[in-house]
Design a protein around this ligand. Sequence first.
Ligand code: IFM
Length: 506
Amino acid sequence: MMEDQLPQQRADEYVSLGMSRRELLRQTLLVVVGGTLLETAFSGCSVANNHTHPSSSLAYPLVFPTGFLWGASTSAYQIEGAAHADGRGASIWDTFSHTPGKTVDGATGDVADDHYHRYESDFNLLHALGVKSYRFSIAWPRIFPDGAGALNQPGLDFYRRLVESLLQRGIRPMATLFHWDLPQALQDQGGWENRDVAKRFADYADTLFQALGDLVPAWLTVNEPKTIVTQGYISGTHAPGIQNPARAYVALHHLLLGHGLATQAFRARFGRDGSRLIGPALNLSPVYPADHAEGTAAAVTLQDGIENRLYLDPIFKGSYPTDVVEALGDTWPSAAVIQDGDLAIIHTPIDHLGVNYYNPLVVTAGPQFVNGVYPTTQASWEQIYPNGLYDILMRLTRDYDRVNLYITENGAPYPDTFASQTVDDPQRIVYLHDHLVAAYRAIQAGAQLRGYHLWSLLDNFEWAEGYSQRWGIVYVDFATQQRYPKQSAHWYSEVIRQHGLAQPQG
Ligand code: IFM
């Protein structure tokens, strides 16, 4: 549970569906999407918003510590395009996006930002903005088109050129090994439900450690396993489009096992001298009580387990949270899946933790979610609460090993309008500013936060939302592939130049 004030809420706005605790848990698990609840149960809540501006008592300018890395984040399938170039195999997202009805307007990543052919000019832009760290992901199907077996050398060469191009510009590469684009050939063998895929992931990872380890200092294993569990396997709104909680938790275990095996391979190759670093990127959400009602505190604790401890505890403590396992009952994998020794592998020490922060959750007894407490962005699941970032960072600092923390994603989509060769996006600037204030406050309070990567550098393929949501600080005209830095890009560039935040105007 996070320390914070209770959101203001009238008692008559709560919803009780009158189900058993177990049924409710299953229901809530079914509607969780990307760590956030759909609005079905709570639409219409008009809750008073207690969002306070956290910067009011701070003395500007807020100068970040020396060495703090200013970054930007992307992922392969969302920007690369070139779906068939140089021997790339198909991924589950090629299959899913080409399946009618799965994405807005039938959008696919076939072309996306055509970054595969434009990375040099994109990195010129990155360099011009002054960005110091670039988080990207490597497409497994470019390296092993069939997931395993024959290596595709042109795919590997592409990423070597890409990394060299970053280094030539003085930008630190941070490579994510898996950002959801599983080779379709492995899905055909059961995907993450197949234990063997965790081993294939470690083989793929080690191929990259060998090929790029001399150039890439910072690595992330798996991105947002929670989103894969909730959207890939429970709601089915993401690839591979499965709707089965029991299968979801088998996939979760194998994702974490893959993370652990890859981390072991990394250690075997590089040791732990601090020159090369590895860890996962987890999307974490603080969970707050909606009220003081009986049962709310327990609901918060359980939801916190589902959102956060289910991913953090096995990695940091070598165990799954017993309250969540108990609540999931038969939905939780058997001992045939979670084998002796697995948790020790998953518990292999990491060097850093990537934190993707987008939203808090507010719950009441039931458990049930309460929406409408905070304003949202164009993504209806994204409740804006910058203090939640502070709370997450402090909670990690308090409850888990003191590894270096990097914000590996944080950002917002707004209906950006292109005019006069640029895009005025004041809401995004406020969003970024307020989250950076929260990050600053956490550093002041002792969090080992070493860098911030906004999501995202470019407008891109937003998964099931296709191109209907623009998350970039750089506007992309998808018809011409022209890039136009938005006002937020200029603002961020100035933040980087000043190594912190100037007093907001107005
Ligand atoms: O675009 C995604 C990204 O791929 C993973 N984290 C959340 C982002 C916004 O939805």
